[in-house]
Design a protein around this ligand. Structure first.
Ligand code: HEC
Length: 142
């Protein structure tokens, strides 16, 4: 009798523990711990336009010095987002961390190639960076 009551208490405590853990993990996905910006606004305002801009320029290849410079700007902003999305306790797990690593490393490789006006290298780096979108969204975007 006493034993089964104790078991029930333990199960309830466990259920509370698990649900509060899930809530805090979810909170980190939609927003960081202390900073104001929500993840969806970082995506809409920074990640998406820089990804679209870079992909668009690299399709045909930048034609002028100014366009190469713009490509470098897009790649730089994407790289920085690969860092920012790891800050402020945003990262909930290894999938998220791995996607941020692909975003950073792909953007950095693209940037290095852009600085040499190497279009194939830039596209290879961009492909790695762009693979991060689906990898993270599949696990974390509702
Ligand atoms: C480390 C994880 C992660 C990576 C990498 C990532 N995203 Fe996201 N993205 C999310 C999450 C989480 C949401 C949903 C946020 C929410 O609705 O609270 C989201 C939402 C979005 C949205 C919808 C924003 C809105 O207006 O609601 C767009 C667009 C988007 N991502 C584009 C991209 C693109 C393009 C890339 C790749 C260059 C990318 N994301 C990479 C996690 C990621």
């Amino acid at each position: 009798m006493v034993k089964s009551r104790l078991t029930a208490v333990c199960l309830i405590a466990l259920a509370f523990g698990v649900s509060s853990l899930l809530t805090s993990v979810d909170a980190k996905i939609t927003k960081g711990d202390t900073r104001a910006a929500q993840t969806k606004y970082l995506m809409r305002g920074i990640v998406k336009p820089n990804c679209g801009g870079l992909g668009g320029l690299l399709k045909e290849g930048p034609k002028t010095d100014e366009e190469w410079d713009t490509a470098a700007c897009y790649a730089s902003c994407l790289s920085e987002m690969g860092h920012a999305l790891m800050d402020d306790k945003r990262c909930p797990d290894g999938v998220w961390a791995g996607a941020c690593k692909s975003l950073r490393e792909g953007s950095d490789a693209a940037l290095a190639a852009i600085e040499k006006k190497d279009l194939d290298g830039a596209n290879a780096g961009f492909k790695t960076a762009a693979s991060s979108c689906a990898a993270c969204h599949k696990a974390h975007k509702k």
